[in-house]
Design a protein around this ligand. Sequence first.
Ligand SMILES: [Zn+2]
Length: 291
Amino acid sequence: MSSRLPRRVFLRRTALATASLPLLPGRFVSRAAPNPPVRVPLVDYHAHPDNSTIEKIVALGGARGVKLGLVEHAGTKENDYPVVLSNDAELLGWIAQLDGKGVYKGVQAEWTDWMGCFSPAVLGKLDYVLTDAMTMPGKRGQRVKLWLPSAVDEMGMDEPEKFMDRYVEWHVQTMATEPFDILGNTSWLPDKLAADWDRLWTPARMDRVIAAAVKYGVALEISASYKLPRLPFLRRIKEAGVKFSLGSNGRYPNMGKLDYSLEMARALDLGPEHMFTPAPDGQKAVQRRQL
Ligand SMILES: [Zn+2]
C-alpha cells in the first residue's frame, strides 16, 4: 500500500478488509493483542489460616498455582481475633505447624506493642512480619478499628482532610517504630471515605507514605481484596524503587486469589526485581531494625 495514500482512504480500505475477514461459525476471532504474561512470582503473602486446616489451605494454594505466605495475628491478648499469638511458645507452635509445608511463615502484627511479646530470636525464625494501618490510635490514644461504624465519630471522619493527615502520619509512625517487612492493605480507606479515594490520596500524601517505606525498607502490598492501591499510587511506588508484595487478605477458600494484584503487575510491567522476597537470615526487619 502506498504510504502516500490519503489517511481517509487508508482507513476505509482497512475497515473493508476487516469486515471481509472470513469468520468461521461458532468461532470467536479476537484481534486484540493477547495479554502479556505476568512476570512476577505468584506468591500471596497475605493469607490467613482461618476457617480451615493448614493441609487444606496448602492444597488450595497448589491448585491455584500460588505459593502462600500464611499470617496468623500476633500481639497482646487485648487484640480481639480468633487466634492471637502472644508469646514465644505460641509463636514457635505456629512456626512448627508450617514447617515443611512449602509455605512462607509470617504473622500479621497487631497494635503497637507486639514486639514486646516475643524474643528477637524467635521472631527471627519467621520469614516476615506483615502489618497494616487499619487499627489507629483515637484522640485519647485508644485502639480504634477503622472499619467499624463507630470509628466515624471516634476519628472525626466528618472532617476528611484532617483525618487523612492524621492517617498518613499514622502510616509513617507505624513504619518508623515497628520492625515489619510488609505493609498490608496499602491505601485502604474506611467505608465512609472510600468513594473519595482518588481525591483524598493526593500525590503529597502518597509520597509521604512512600518515603517512609523507602527509609525503613518496607514493601507495600497490592491488595487483591480491596483492589488497592490504584494505578497512580502504584506508579509512584514503582518509581521510588519500593518493593511490592501481592496479597489476598484471604481466609479459606479465598487465599491465592490475586486477580487485581496480577492485573496491576501486568499494567506496571513488574518483574521479579520489583517484588518483595523474604530477606535472608540477619536481614529481616526484626533483625536489622534497632528499636
Ligand atoms: Zn490480614
